[in-house]
Write a protein that binds this ligand. Sequence first.
Ligand SMILES: *[C@@H]1O[C@H](CO)[C@@H](O)[C@H](O)[C@H]1NC(C)=O
Ligand SMILES: *[C@@H]1O[C@H](CO)[C@@H](O)[C@H](O)[C@H]1NC(C)=O
Ligand SMILES: *[C@@H]1O[C@H](CO)[C@@H](O)[C@H](O)[C@H]1NC(C)=O
Ligand SMILES: *[C@@H]1O[C@H](CO)[C@@H](O)[C@H](O)[C@H]1NC(C)=O
Ligand SMILES: *[C@@H]1O[C@H](CO)[C@@H](O)[C@H](O)[C@H]1NC(C)=O
Length: 497
Amino acid sequence: MLFILLGVVLAVTGGTCETVLEVMAQEGSQAVLPCLVSDSQSTHYAAFQWVKKGKRGESTVCRREKSGLVYRGSVLGHRSHCLGSQFGDYSLYIDAVREEDAGQHVCSVQGHGLGRGTTTWKVMLRVMKVSFSLPEAIEGDKLQVKCIVTPKPDMLYSTEQYRWKLNGVDYKGNGYRRSSIPIPSVSQSDRGNWTCCVDYRGKATEATQFLRVKGIEHPSNNNALVYAAIGSNTILPCVFTQGLTSNATWSRLSKGSSSSSSFYRLGSNSRRHPPPSLPLSFIRPPLSPTSLWDQSARLERVELGDEGSYVCSGTVESRMVKRELELVTARVLSSPSTKRTPLTLTCQLSNDKEVTKYEWVRVTYDNSSVATVTPVGKNKTLKLTEDDMGEWVCRYYGERGLLGNVTYHLHLMGGLESGRPEEQSYNRGALVIGFGILILLVLLIALQIYRNHQRRKMILPYPALENIVHSLANERERRERRGINVRKNSEPMEEQA
Ligand SMILES: *[C@@H]1O[C@H](CO)[C@@H](O)[C@H](O)[C@H]1NC(C)=O
Ligand SMILES: *[C@@H]1O[C@H](CO)[C@@H](O)[C@H](O)[C@H]1NC(C)=O
Ligand SMILES: *[C@@H]1O[C@H](CO)[C@@H](O)[C@H](O)[C@H]1NC(C)=O
Ligand SMILES: *[C@@H]1O[C@H](CO)[C@@H](O)[C@H](O)[C@H]1NC(C)=O
Ligand SMILES: *[C@@H]1O[C@H](CO)[C@@H](O)[C@H](O)[C@H]1NC(C)=O
């Protein structure tokens, strides 16, 4: 642990060589209680001892006889080191110092120097620690963070002498100048290293303790924004404190963006709007995930309209904890282009309140499909001509850095296709299937007309598609009844059609 030592020389009384000192050490660190004899003409093995003064009298910490024999008392046991060097240093080292080690310690060195008297060092050891009123807090708990100095010096009663840091940053919350900080409702933002700094007799000492807050660690606060490009897959994070098992429930709270007017929340007008259903490609966390505390959900394919608020909730030690997050969808809108006007691409986010800047880059691939990225613009919109075929990516940044990106592919026709590659192949696939079905339908109709014409020597007008399908079904039934005969007849006709 961190070595923290504060020595304050109070007074050095002359002739008899008595020194009074204060040492403040963080609990768990190594404390050094100094005992120095400045006269360096020392005999090699002066007799010395360290005594701890307690309520029930004195107890020996360690002692060395003139003969050189060293005794170690049972008070500190192996945590104490009394070295006793020949250079006049008789300091006591205490490893992993504890609260109960605090108190007055006296070092006395006898017969040091030729014919001199006893040198005495009185060292007051104060142990400082940060403690929490609950050893393990759950989100929502009421908690106190306390800075405890044992024994507490009178001078510390002034509240101006305490300062607090949370994760290394000055804490300015409720009561931040006091020895204890009240937290009415603990959240993940209170999680981390709490450091108490005490200004005592002109010197600063600090002690640090880690506060664990059980609950949902990621996202750590409500209404976190999660960005995803339309057509991409994404993860809606919900990670509980490691080691917890919680069966999280996912639901959808609202559709649309919190920054738009179409947004609504469950609550005030929940009667008018039932809660929206989860998107089609929503995948709940598996029942037996690799880490039980990771209850993140997935969206296989983000669609337009999936944006909105989602809520993940679970129980931690029979307390309900939940986290709301907003899915923000990103897409590229292209203005209709004609031969003369250039094509305008717009980077469109369902909620852009966190976005501080945009960047457009062009991605090109060389022979070995290594991508080269060239910055082309810093505006939300980008103007292109139809010759600018290829891949264009809009990156959007917030205060915490890159938030995400969305890709646009400009093809020969220009402006027809947008989104990510998966979306395009999907669109193309749908188009091919659609055309296939249409052609098949036309073929069947033609075949039907032809067959009826041949068989009955008459033409039936078909006013509507329903009729076609209906007679088609009738025909199929008839065909099945007649058996192979019909099939033989129809084969050459199919070829003709
Ligand atoms: C707290 O301090 C420990 C030890 O210095 C460090 O490993 C840890 O990352 C810190 N935690 C946070 C949340 O800063
Ligand atoms: C979570 O659900 C699984 C399956 O339904 C069940 O076996 C398990 O006990 C549940 N765990 C908790 C912590 O509720
Ligand atoms: C691409 O690779 C082929 C063969 O590997 C080479 O002949 C050609 O010059 C390369 N083209 C470019 C533009 O590097
Ligand atoms: C970007 O926007 C600024 C002002 O909004 C404008 O002056 C500038 O011409 C734009 N740049 C491009 C490349 O469109
Ligand atoms: C866009 O984001 C994806 C996923 O984060 C990343 O793999 C890709 O390199 C990014 N593209 C650009 C051009 O920044």
